[in-house]
Design a protein around this ligand. Structure first.
Ligand code: NAG
Ligand code: NAG
Ligand code: NAG
Ligand code: NAG
Ligand code: NAG
Ligand code: NAG
Ligand code: NAG
Length: 779
């Protein structure tokens, strides 16, 4: 006995030391250092290889995140091992719990987020076990034959089992279905005797009735069986799973012995209802997985749903139940699909009249015991945080991954399971400092409890505060820096420490590292990335970024330092700033008059003195042929002084502007604007061509109007004549177009059109439209 225990412990030691040294190789881009972090706790989350150096003065003036790195890197950088917080992954075996089949029974592992550990679990089947077998029999009408068979099989089976078991006991329970509509007939006469139609006495349908607790008195068993009566229900599937769950969890009522192998023999000829089936009967409460027997009757049958397969599997495993399905040929396939979902299950074909029942049970027992399999049970809400990998090391030397099972294991042979448990993340609730994971061998009355203690906090944080974590206080604890050193982490003693972007270490700021750029400055107030960009550079490359605002070098100003301070860029040719029409803002002219534009506000087509403003006036004068009458008339549209001249003078004064005005012939006639003491004077050239064009234009207009008038008169005349004609009743216009028979033959009676519309292939469609004969009237 002792020798194999040593072997196990030896294994464990090897595994632990291997795990502790995992991934110690250094790499420049390891996950510990980037992105930067500032506390020891965060460092632990980084991965099992990361350590936190809390040595005072480590890497003098280094950024705080340099303290988190892989252990060899930290040592290389000069941190002494005793100052490195690097909680190891450990495994402790509780050797005080004795066991006969499963070793170890209890194990405690400490895991860091992202780390894993392995240990070996040993299992062995004993030579002989006490065996408790519980017959769970479907007593719906169709099972009469099987029930009869059971009356005789009891004694024979007990005798056969003596070869395999030290002590064999049997029990009995029956089930039908949920006694509620639509599963049973609820006619009053049918409730007490569902078989009344056939003149047979049946018992009422029931969810589950426990009849006989496991006993070694086979005479008693036979006596009870003989008293059994069949029952009846309506639908094909029965409530088998409901009854199985009760048989599994009602330990004391059934009388399962803790030291015995538990066999649950389910005999049925129909499939079972599944979890959601009972919604049909209005039952919506999910099964709670507990025992509900009162006076040996399952009381919640009509109140709770059928259990789900997962729930049933869990309860069978928890109560170390091996289930044996003895089903008839017809439903064999249905159960075959189900077996992989239920651990420790054997499926056998029941011959007619259950003739092979004895052999089936013996076969099942041998098979179930020769399969050694483990299952992992983790509390529901913890499942996401752990992963468990199991490798079975079978006695025949094979190693199987995935199906964690060894087959053909003989009694007294050892089976090893290499179990690797990894923790992905720390628990969300701080108080959950221990998580229980069970490794349950299927059908064994013992299991291994793994207590996982997550290591999510630095120990140095418990002692005082890790260096760097709390700045000043750690400094004084260590005492090196001297308490005389004033704390200087806030500008003017206000605002957050180190502008919220660094950590106060010994009264000085250690700025955070950012992937965007560098943070620097006495209070970490400066950086090179959070300011407005100009030409792809922060602050246009002409300033420094301080607290998100640009501080420009001299000569430049503006939010992005994009504005020259000197107004040189705004000086127009005449030496004035923006032609005197605006101000120089950020090296650009901002014109006072919104109508002005141009680099120096020099352009203003609509301003006073501009040509367009006076077109109306000039056109007015032109339309009056520059006559005296016109001059007076146009005084209304022209606000300026108008002078007619023969020609626009060749030379212009400074306050003059020459304009062209459009005429219908696009002949460009000219006028000139003069500014005389602030008043605009218009000089219009009286060019002959401008005049003639004007006359021509007028003549053209007159001719057009006359033509129009003439046309209208002709139309009016015609209309008058037509109206008069239609009013004469004697002859209709149709008669005028009377056609002869010969001509008729030429008039097609249908017209044919070919329409092509798009498709993958052009497709022609013919439409026939009946054409009305000429003298045919509308119906
Ligand atoms: C076994 O059961 C029978 C019938 O129920 C009873 O007469 C007999 O005394 C029991 N035997 C023992 C050993 O309990
Ligand atoms: C499990 O079964 C074995 C063998 O029958 C027995 O020796 C042991 O005491 C049982 N363990 C428990 C916890 O009941
Ligand atoms: C259980 O049986 C006892 C005695 O026979 C009876 O008084 C009690 O009402 C029964 N309980 C139920 C729930 O049937
Ligand atoms: C479990 O082991 C297999 C084989 O070694 C491996 O491929 C798989 O990734 C492991 N699972 C986990 C979660 O580590
Ligand atoms: C158990 O599995 C782990 C991880 O796969 C491996 O490192 C270790 O060597 C295995 N232990 C044994 C004893 O096979
Ligand atoms: C045009 O000139 C008149 C008088 O000279 C002045 O009252 C008016 O504001 C000017 N308009 C513009 C747009 O400059
Ligand atoms: C037009 O009116 C102004 C005053 O409004 C007047 O001085 C001028 O003589 C008039 N021009 C003509 C041609 O009548």
């Amino acid at each position: 006995m002792t020798s194999w225990k040593y072997y196990i412990l030896h294994c464990l030691v090897v595994t632990v030391s291997v795990t502790a040294l995992i991934k110690t190789s250094d790499s420049a881009d390891n996950g510990c250092t980037s992105p930067p972090i500032t506390t020891c706790n965060e460092c632990l989350y980084r991965g099992p290889e990361c350590g936190w150096c809390f040595q005072e003065g480590f890497l003098d003036g280094a950024q705080i995140n340099e303290r988190c790195d892989s252990v060899p890197n930290l040592v290389q950088k000069g941190c002494e091992l005793e100052f490195i917080e690097h909680p190891a992954v450990t495994v402790e075996v509780d050797a005080t719990l004795s066991s006969t089949q499963v070793t170890p029974r209890e194990i405690t592992v400490k895991l860091r987020p992202g780390s894993e550990t392995s240990f070996v679990m040993e299992l062995r089947q004993l030579e002989r076990y006490p065996v408790d077998m519980y017959y769970l029999v479907d007593v719906s009408a169709s099972m009469q034959d099987n029930l009869d068979r059971l009356k005789t099989v009891g004694i024979a089976l007990s005798q056969r089992m003596k070869e395999y078991s030290s002590d064999f006991r049997v029990g009995f329970g029956s089930f039908v279905d949920k006694p509620i509509s639509p599963y049973i007939n609820v006619h009053p006469s049918k409730i007490s005797n569902p078989c009344s139609d056939y003149d047979i006495q049946c018992r009422p349908a029931h969810g589950f009735i426990h009849v006989l607790s496991v006993t070694e008195n086979v005479t008693e068993f036979t006596r009870v069986i003989q008293q059994q009566q069949i029952s009846g229900n309506m639908d094909t599937p029965e409530g088998g799973f409901d009854a199985m769950l009760q048989a599994a969890v009602c330990q004391t009522e059934i009388g399962w012995r803790p030291e015995a192998k538990h066999l649950l023999l389910v005999m049925t000829d129909q499939p079972s209802h599944l979890a959601l089936d009972s919604k049909l009967a209005g039952i919506v409460v999910p099964h709670d997985g507990n025992c509900h027997l009162e006076n040996n009757t399952y009381t919640q049958s009509t109140k709770m749903e059928h259990p789900s397969i997962g729930q049933l599997a869990e309860k069978l495993l928890e109560n170390n139940i091996y289930s044996i399905f003895a089903v008839e040929q017809v439903q064999y396939k249905w159960y075959e699909d189900l077996i992989p979902l239920l651990p420790g299950t054997y499926l056998g074909k029941l011959q007619p009249k259950a003739s092979n029942l004895k052999d089936l049970v013996i076969e099942a027992y041998k098979k179930l015991l020769s399969d050694v399999e483990v299952e992992v049970v983790v509390q529901d809400h913890q499942v996401q945080r752990f992963w468990v990998n199991i490798t079975a090391l079978c006695p025949d030397g094979s190693r199987t991954q995935g199906p964690t099972k060894c087959s053909d294991v003989r009694p007294n042979q050892n089976v090893f399971f290499n179990i690797t448990i990894g923790m992905k993340t720390c628990p969300s609730h701080e108080e959950e400092d221990e998580v229980l994971i069970f490794i349950r061998p299927v059908g064994f009355n013992e299991s291994t409890a793994v207590r996982v203690r997550p290591v999510c906090k630095c120990l140095c944080g418990e002692r005082a505060s890790c260096f760097g974590e709390e700045g000043g206080s750690a400094c004084q604890d260590v005492g090196d820096d001297g308490p005389g050193q004033a704390r200087d982490c806030q500008p003017a003693g206000m605002g957050p420490d180190c502008s919220g972007r660094g950590t106060c270490v010994c009264g000085k700021c250690a700025c955070d590292r950012s992937s965007l750029g560098t943070i620097h400055g006495k209070y970490c107030q400066m950086d090179d990335f959070s300011c407005p960009y100009e030409r792809g550079l922060p602050c246009g490359g002409r300033g420094q970024c301080v607290m998100g605002e640009c501080q420009c070098v001299s000569g430049w100003t503006g939010e992005r330092c994009g504005c020259p301070v000197s107004p040189e860029a705004c000086l127009s040719d005449d030496g004035t700033i923006c032609s005197g029409q605006g101000s120089c803002i950020c090296g650009r002219c901002q014109c006072d008059d919104p109508q002005r534009y141009g680099q120096f506000c020099e352009k203003c087509p609509l301003c006073n003195g501009s040509c367009q403003l006076h077109w109306r006036c000039v056109l007015c004068h032109m339309s009056h042929d520059f006559s005296a009458v016109g001059a007076t008339e146009c005084n209304r549209t022209c606000s300026s002084t108008v002078r007619y001249v023969d020609d626009i003078p060749g030379s212009m004064g400074d306050n003059s502007k020459r304009c062209l005005y459009p005429t219908p012939e696009r002949c460009h006639c000219r006028f000139q604007l003069d500014s005389v003491q602030g008043v605009t004077e218009i000089l219009i050239g009286r060019h002959p061509e401008c005049l003639s064009s004007q006359r021509y234009f007028r003549t053209f207009t007159l001719v057009f109007l006359l033509t129009l008038l003439l046309g209208l008169s002709i139309i009016a005349l015609l209309k008058f004549l037509l109206i008069r004609r239609t009013q004469t009743p004697s002859e209709s216009t149709v008669a005028v177009f009377h056609v002869t028979n010969k001509e008729k033959s030429y008039v097609p009676t249908t017209s044919e059109k070919t329409i092509t519309y798009r498709r993958d292939q052009p497709h022609e469609m013919h439409i026939h439209v009946h054409k009305m004969a000429l003298n045919e009237g509308w119906q």
